[in-house]
Design a protein around this ligand. Structure first.
Ligand code: CUA
Length: 349
């Protein structure tokens, strides 16, 4: 026992001991600090909140069961053979030479075929059914467009456009038509459904359905440039009545400045922002950047940062410092103009 501890602590070598103590201390510190990391939104694919995610989770479990079965059987046979046929002391007889066994050959070809078939049939049928456009009365169609580094959501049935925050009614199948403006992106809402790529010059389809109201985090899951890591979006699943309310508001949004400061901001917007951003119900109709209708009701700035005055001002002042590679230019504005602009943006409700 004493020898063991001496080895562990490095007997007599104090520099080594100090270094080891430092490593232990750092590890403990990292653990303590990391326990403070709490995600704002859960994003485990096993913590499902929708029909599609549920189906995909059962496929994941099916493959885990099959793999666990194979690993267990192989491990048990391996351990048995290692113990049963090990070379015993004093026994120098050479092992019996066996060659070929029809029965064994058939078994280890057939068993994997059966296991792969059990896995393949539901995987293939599910893959096709999840891509199929859903039909019926209770359906919502949304056109999703990915761009470096933001998301546009268009509701053709309602004539509304929004960005960064996808609103959907619960208990409704949502057909998504996915396209990209530039490079490859991948649309992923871990708790609602798996990923679908957005491919240049091609339209992809998927559908999803949220079973419970809530806010779910969405991610771009395809490395698409400098800002890929912050190309997030939110999915707000609402009771159908609340969703209708949101639609009605987006069709007839509040766009009038409610203060002198905001009115000044409206002028700044007209001069510096309107060529790229649209606001329904106004003359602002730029399409290069995200539609800002109802921006004041959104939870995030640029889809990622909490919507506070500071974050809004910081974003307008220098977008690239927050989202590297962002196509939004840093418009040269005085601090007072930015303050006014923030006031106006908050009035867009
Ligand atoms: Cu878009 Cu990564």
């Amino acid at each position: 026992m004493k020898k063991f501890f001496n080895e562990l602590l490095g007997k007599g070598d104090y520099r080594f001991m100090r270094r080891r103590a430092l490593v232990v201390l750092m590890t403990a510190l990292i653990l303590v600090v990391l326990t403070g990391c709490q995600q704002e939104y859960k994003m485990s694919i096993l913590d499902t909140a929708g029909t599609v995610a549920e189906v995909q989770k059962s496929l994941i479990w099916l493959s885990i069961y099959i793999m666990s079965f194979v690993v267990t059987v192989v491990t048990v046979i391996l351990i048995y053979v290692l113990i049963r046929y090990r070379r015993k002391p004093g026994d120098d007889t050479p092992p019996k030479q066996v060659e070929g066994s029809t029965l064994l050959e058939v078994v280890w070809v057939l068993v994997p075929i059966i296991l792969l078939a059990i896995l393949a049939v539901p995987t293939v049928t599910t893959t096709f059914s999840l891509e199929k456009v859903q039909a019926g009365d209770n359906i919502l169609n949304v056109k999703v467009t990915g761009a470096q580094f933001w998301w546009q959501f268009e509701y053709p049935d309602y004539g509304i456009v929004t960005a960064q925050e996808l609103h959907i009614p619960t208990g409704t199948k949502v057909n998504l038509e996915l396209e990209t403006r530039d490079v490859l992106h991948s649309f992923w809402i871990p708790r609602l459904s798996g990923k679908t790529d957005l491919i240049s010059g091609r339209t992809n389809f998927m559908w999803l359905e949220a079973t419970e109201p809530g806010t779910y985090i969405g991610k771009c899951a395809e490395l698409c440039g400098d800002g890929h890591g912050v190309m997030d979006f939110l999915v707000v699943a609402q009771e159908p009545a609340d969703f209708e309310q949101w639609v009605a508001n987006m069709k007839n949004p509040q766009t009038e400045p409610t203060s002198a400061l905001s009115e000044q901001g409206q002028q700044v917007f007209a001069q510096s922002c309107a060529s790229c951003h649209a606001v329904a119900g106004t003359d602002f109709a730029g399409t290069a950047g995200p539609d800002l209708t109802g921006f004041g009701n959104r939870q995030k700035v640029a889809g990622f940062w909490d919507q506070t005055d500071e974050n809004m001002a910081k974003w307008i002042k220098d977008p690239a410092s927050m989202k590297p590679g962002s196509l939004m230019p840093a418009v040269p504005l005085a601090d007072e103009e930015i303050e006014a602009l923030v006031a106006y943006l908050k009035d867009l409700k």
